[in-house]
Design a protein around this ligand. Sequence first.
Ligand code: CMC
Length: 390
Amino acid sequence: TGFTALDYGFVNTASTMSDITYIDGDQGILRYRGYPIEQLVKGNASFLEIAWLLIYGELPTADQLGEFDDKIRHHTLLHEDLKNFFTAMPAGAHPMAVLSSAVAALSTYYENDSDPDNPEHVDLTNIRLLAKLPVIAAYAHKKSIGQAFLYPDNKLSYVENFLRLNFGNMAEPYEIDPVMAKALERLLILHEDHEQNASTSTVRLVGSTGADQFASIAAGIQALAGPLHGGANEAVLNMLAQIRDSGQGVKRFVEKVKNKEDGVKLMGFGHRVYKNYDPRAKLVKESADEVLAALGVHDPLLDLAKELEEIALEDDYFKERRLYPNVDFYTGVIYKAMGFPTRVFTVLFAIGRLPGWLAHWREQNLDPRNKIGRPQQLYTGSPAREYRGA
Ligand code: CMC
């Protein structure tokens, strides 16, 4: 019955209406609930303030934000048993796999109060996930470098706590570097939402079945890990290091990309929606110089990235296809300067994106038009044939 349109990659098909994020890909515009990303990042917004904005639709009052922040600080502890989970994973496990598995495992502790049909449970699960994801992420990092886990310190802000959990140790007090904290807060804010990207669509699809936020977010994390999506920030740094180590030079690498040799792509370039400079990439590029200077780091990989961008933007291959740097192109250089290992980069993206995922899950959950997601197919297989038995 009816007409089924074929649309590989959902290039032309909207899966939902949404009030959360607006993107104009031709003009390079990104707004959260109507607020331009530039104002949010350059203003003194906090990550949790924007999380509230995304989830509930308006900026929080001081009281609302205070209460939200306080609740999140008081839900940071993981059940002690969950810590065993990290030791059960191989030392070399990718932190994204650990993160997603631990979020799925988290659901086993809260089965009785994570009912998707109960609004109080939905709010509580939002708090739990916002509170615990950074702790899980830091433990995945600590585990990968063989260091002891620290307990969260509820006196610290969201981002400060996260930095201490990653870089502090048992032996001495950890001093927060305000430059690093501010820079990380800004980076996380500009990752908070990006409408119907692959991971958010995954969260919505899983949520459309009536699954709770734990299940939906665990799936979203897995989708984000792919190199064409959030995993690109890790891939960019590996690509830059490879160009440096091969000694082949940037021009030769660009030729390889253009000739599609060995399927090589310029990671951190191109976007399904932006056919102009990604507004997030513009902000990240600006802060890369500032942050590296403030941290006293000179990284030749940043020079290499700039050279690569300059050559690509002048080249007809990239011009014709309207390929520009995306958010992942410069973030890795900053994360590296902060001291995060390359394999942790996409975990930082996941922490940033969590409020967006939760906002979309909730928007869909409250919408009476929500139906289980069930794409169609056009069957191209064998016509009916007979099985005659073994
Ligand atoms: N390097 C070289 N060529 C590229 C690139 C690239 N990074 N991106 C697209 N192209 C080419 C592609 O080969 C195709 O050329 P042709 O018409 O000759 O076959 C043309 O440009 C159109 O590309 P597409 O693959 O049809 O575009 P898409 O919208 O399906 O894919 C993308 C978007 C982001 C997956 C792709 O641009 C890409 O693979 N980029 C590299 C990975 C990356 O940086 N991902 C992060 C995306 S932003 C943050 C996030 O979502 O997490």
